[in-house]
Design a protein around this ligand. Structure first.
Ligand SMILES: C[S@@+](CC[C@H](N)C(=O)[O-])C[C@H]1O[C@@H](n2cnc3c(N)ncnc32)[C@H](O)[C@@H]1O
Length: 297
């Protein structure tokens, strides 16, 4: 049985308290917004390229995990005697029931249905009986486990194209993350696939996932994208997609398709306008407030 010490602290004290808890043998320290799920909740992240709305929460809840109750109590007593603890409070010291953490984490990632025949399946699960196409993928550092609606819509587009007898041809996956779209394209008959990302970790992850799925991809940084492609897929976000408009459109061959995701419903018009010099984007799909936009060249 482990014990957690729960503290409330103003944002200016969080770093000092976290360092002190580390020094007092806390096994882990996590910090969350004490006002989460209330009207006072604050977002900490902005869109990429935009500054975050705030550097920290007004009131933070700090949870430190200790191996024994005595260690948790000693840490609380020591902290309460420090000057920097002014304005902070000990909320509770409580037992944490034993968990099988690996099993708990794994149970949160179950197979994801893209279509009744096409599934994303973690390696610790058997594929569902009706699955005809399967991507094996475990959660990792790079974005793209199939659980996000933007990824699912792109995969659904790929599957629809692949099963309708229309060739995906040469494919570019721009902003490949885990490589899930590129791997999906390979499963649905794409002939030559380039998967690129500005993040080296994503490139590495794509390489490993392609190997695990026995598919051939060329992967690398964005300068690996060369020439024109029948299919260009980019699931990024509206702001970078606007900036990338000329570059992405220059990679689509005549008669080819551009498929964009990472766009919110209310951003449809600004994306249409940004791409108008090159093509006519249409809303092709919608899931949970996100849209998929496509254009034929
Ligand atoms: C939302 S993830 C999508 C991952 C995957 N393609 C999917 O559909 O799940 C966006 C990826 O785009 C990459 N990215 C962001 N800006 C980029 C840019 N300007 N050029 C290339 N890649 C970019 C990020 O590093 C990230 O891996």
């Amino acid at each position: 049985m482990m014990f957690e010490l729960i503290l409330l602290a103003p944002v200016v004290q969080v770093e000092t308290l976290s360092d002190a808890l580390d020094a007092l043998d806390a096994l882990s320290v996590s910090v969350e917004d004490a006002d989460a799920h209330t009207p006072a909740e604050q977002a900490l992240f902005g869109e990429p390229g935009m500054p975050p709305p705030k550097a920290g929460w007004e009131r933070s809840r700090i949870v430190a995990l200790f191996a024994t109750e005595a260690l948790a109590r000693d840490a609380a007593t020591l902290l309460q005697a420090q000057d920097f603890f002014a304005g902070c409070h000990v909320v509770a010291i409580q037992a944490v029931p034993e968990q099988d953490w690996v099993r708990l984490t794994q149970s949160q990632f179950t197979p994801v249905e893209i279509t009744p025949e096409f599934w994303i399946v973690p390696t610790w699960h058997e594929p569902p009986a009706q699955a005809r196409q399967v991507i094996r993928l475990d959660p990792g550092l790079a974005f793209g486990t199939g659980t996000h609606p933007t990824t699912r819509m792109c995969l659904r587009w790929i599957a629809a194209r692949g099963t309708s007898g229309q060739s995906l041809g040469r494919v570019l996956d721009y902003g490949c993350g885990s490589g899930i779209l590129a791997i999906g394209a390979a499963k649905f008959g794409a002939v030559a696939i380039d998967a690129v990302d500005i993040d080296e970790a994503a490139v590495e992850s794509t390489r490993a996932n392609a190997q695990a799925n026995h598919v051939q991809l060329q992967t690398g940084l964005p300068d690996k994208a060369v020439g024109r492609y029948q299919t260009v897929l980019a699931n990024i976000l509206a702001t970078p997609l606007r900036v990338l408009a000329p570059l992405l459109c220059a990679h689509v061959q005549p008669g080819g398709n551009l498929v964009l995701a990472g766009i919110l419903e209310r951003q449809a018009d600004e994306l249409k306008a940004a791409y108008l010099p090159y093509c006519q984007l249409q809303v092709q799909d919608e899931q949970e407030g996100w849209i998929l936009m496509t254009a034929q060249f």
